[in-house]
Ligand binder design. Sequence first.
Ligand SMILES: [Fe+2]
Ligand SMILES: [Fe+2]
Length: 172
Amino acid sequence: MNMQKDDRSERRALEAVEHHHADMITRLKALVAALIHAVEAHDPAAEVNAREVLVEWCETELIPHALAEEGPLYKRPGKTEQGRLLVEGMLAEHRVIVGLVDELRRAQGVSAAVAAGAVQHIFALHLDKENRLLMPFIALSPELSLADAVEGLHELVGEAHIHSDYRTKPAI
Ligand SMILES: [Fe+2]
Ligand SMILES: [Fe+2]
């Protein structure tokens, strides 16, 4: 039970993660589009470059984001009766995304474009569930706190928000 939970802090935490998700999908779409374009243009040098940039982004942004979520953001609701199945489904999607990134590392040509497109669409679907189902569930559950779950995790809220304070300052 978190005695300090307040609605404004929960809303700010939700907005911070939503904002970071929006930045992530924008970047991912641009990187995937560059790879597809290189494959369609039959430009092997551009393809290798686009695939490397995309894989690196997945390794340094996408997968660390998923791993950070598997801490408090998923663990606490995963122990509740109402949240357990949703969290199980979300974890399964993380595994699919990690598997696709692995496939992408080894793929070439059309196979690389197909794997990249799959990462993009599954991640888009996944973050929509986080935004619309998981995080509102946490924010609205009296025994859970979204502000607590994301505190200090730049992988979840982005660098811009890491030093901002979600918590409502006490009224003086
Ligand atoms: Fe996730
Ligand atoms: Fe996420």
